[in-house]
Design a protein around this ligand. Structure first.
Ligand SMILES: NC(=O)C1=CN([C@@H]2O[C@H](COP(=O)(O)OP(=O)(O)OC[C@H]3O[C@@H](n4cnc5c(N)ncnc54)[C@H](O)[C@@H]3O)[C@@H](O)[C@H]2O)C=CC1
Ligand SMILES: O=C(O)[C@H]1O[C@H](OP(=O)(O)OP(=O)(O)OC[C@H]2O[C@@H](n3ccc(=O)[nH]c3=O)[C@H](O)[C@@H]2O)[C@H](O)[C@@H](O)[C@@H]1O
Length: 467
């Protein structure tokens, strides 16, 4: 057997060979092929496993089967096509087929926030187990990757043992996922760590077999560190990690609020903190705060679960992190109103950015769109431009206006808002743009533009946390 393969086309993997599975006869299914599951299925195939992706969304399955990724993720579509071409990767909507096919099933369905409260909506996780369970006639491992409230894995394990003809030979493990959108391929093929939440030696053995190419790489790379824990601890690692990240962002944004009141500047403050290796500079970028399909809903679900467990007070700081985060959005609206002479009604406001962060077309809980929506509600005409997320943004906020370039979006605008820090926006020529706008006002909601260039071109440049 060849010891490695190399993707010809994928920038995320082209630089180094991919290690191949040492147990390629293990067959895998991946249930739920959204941002996480599609990435996982493609990457598992790239590691050499025969992999079957399953989703209840037939359109998504048809697109993936045809080599089309239903969302934007750098490098993933090329790798999807490579893996379809090898024949190792297929997609289906049939639970029966997945159950007959795989030894290890990865559960990657969504766990959004409930519509009636802060907790996680577990209907998709439960639905998948109910659908898969009755078909499990032979020993297998169901490995949860979705982010769930602590206690879910044990509950699902008990339910699976009831549903599956294989009984307790159909076991549950938890292997939380830490990938970032925009870096999904490299984070999956080269994670910072692997966490194995297991209730038996057999489950740990199977997980080690699956991840053998990363745990004991054939090439010169360092092995990926792994941590083995019980099911509950593994579930908690994930929400603890996202809570810490959210808290770190909200910490620097809280400092930004103080800087605004004190006439200080949060950028040198953050830079000074970042030189302390105990603090570090990552996730210390002040701005309009965090959004996306994970950090906001995960800290809320964690708070709700902690309250159920009677330890709500232990994570009270997460309430504050959430509040600080949401206040940054209204701070941008307040600043836009101020620059509009006290009233946004009838003003034309340009919003640069719709994705919750650059490198993604994901608009779930996007701070940029939340601000655009708030401003539109005050009677302004809001025109949005984003290099990647326009289609998704239009679906969620059909009443906003959209333009297909910075220049068109900014035409006649009174205030320009920079809300997602796509590299394209750093290269805007403020002088050229000045000629097309009505008011030369820019709010840099991400603190990444060069203030001096904008000011030199006659713009009033304002940013959060800076006097
Ligand atoms: N998006 C990310 O970067 C990461 C997400 N996570 C977690 O992974 C989970 C999934 O997140 P995303 O991929 O972002 O969500 P998503 O919404 O993009 O994908 C979920 C997929 O599950 C499918 N689905 C729903 N019910 C199903 C069922 N019964 N059977 C089969 N498929 C079903 C949906 O059609 C959809 O394609 C969440 O718990 C999230 O917190 C964890 C780490 C990273
Ligand atoms: O559970 C998840 O789904 C994932 O959530 C985050 O990943 P992701 O949501 O892709 O994006 P991040 O890079 O974490 O950014 C989240 C938000 O925080 C904002 N952010 C990030 C860093 C920073 O310094 N400041 C800041 O405002 C970003 O603009 C973005 O809106 C985590 O980083 C992943 O480890 C985790 O797996």
């Amino acid at each position: 057997m060849e010891s490695s393969v190399q993707s010809k086309t994928n920038p995320a993997t082209a630089a180094r060979p991919l290690p191949l599975a040492t147990s390629p006869d293990l067959r895998l299914s991946v249930i739920g092929t959204g941002y996480l599951g599609a990435t996982h299925a493609v990457c598992m195939a790239a590691l050499g496993f025969e992999t079957l992706g399953l989703d209840t969304d037939a359109e998504k399955i048809a697109a993936l089967s045809a080599g089309r990724l239903p969302f934007y993720e750098p490098g993933l579509e090329d790798l999807l096509r490579d893996q379809l071409a090898t024949g190792r990767l297929r997609f289906t909507t049939s639970y029966e087929e997945a159950a007959a096919f795989a030894d290890v099933h990865f559960l990657c369905v969504g766990t959004p926030q409930r519509t009636d409260g802060p907790g996680a909506d577990l209907r998709y996780v439960d639905g998948a187990v109910e659908a898969l369970g009755p078909h499990l006639t032979r020993p297998c491992l169901l490995v949860g990757k979705s982010t769930v409230p602590v206690g879910t894995a044990a509950r699902l394990g008990a339910r699976l043992a009831q549903l599956a003809p294989a009984g307790r030979d159909a076991e549950v493990a938890w292997n939380p996922e830490f990938l970032r959108e925009g870096f999904a391929v490299q984070d999956t093929l080269r994670p910072d760590r692997l966490v194995f939440g297991v209730a038996s030696d057999r489950a740990e053995r199977l997980l080690r077999q699956v991840y053998a190419p990363l745990l004991a790489p054939a090439h010169e790379e360092e092995p990926v560190p792994s941590v083995v824990a019980d099911l509950a601890t593994a579930e908690l690692v994930k929400v603890a990690a996202n809570s810490f990240l959210a808290m770190k962002i909200s910490f620097i944004n809280a400092m930004a609020e103080v800087c605004e009141a004190a006439g200080a500047d949060v950028l040198p403050l953050a830079r000074a903190l970042s030189h302390d290796p105990r603090i570090g500079g990552r996730f210390l970028r002040p701005g309009i705060g965090f959004g996306g399909g994970c950090l906001p809903k995960d800290i809320r679900a964690f708070t709700a679960r902690a309250e159920e467990l009677g330890v709500g007070r232990a994570v009270e700081f997460l309430h504050q992190a959430d509040e600080v985060n949401l206040r940054r959005r209204t701070a941008v609206v307040d600043l836009a109103r101020e620059l509009s002479g006290g009233d946004l009604c009838g003003r034309r406001v340009t919003v640069l950015g719709a994705a919750f962060k650059p490198g993604s077309d994901d608009v779930r809980d996007s701070p940029a769109l939340a601000v655009a929506d708030l401003i539109e509600r005050e009677g302004a005409e809001v025109v949005v431009y984003d290099p990647m997320a326009m289609d998704n943004a239009r679906k969620v906020f059909p009443s906003l206006s959209f333009a297909d370039s910075v220049t068109k979006a900014a035409l006649g605008s009174d205030v320009l808002l920079h809300l997602t820090e796509w590299p394209e926006f750093e290269h805007i020529d403020p002088r050229a743009l000045a000629a097309t706008v009505t008011g030369r006002h820019i709010i840099d909601g991400r603190n990444t533009l060069d203030a001096s260039r904008w000011r030199a071109a006659g713009w009033e440049y304002r940013a959060l946390g800076r006097s």
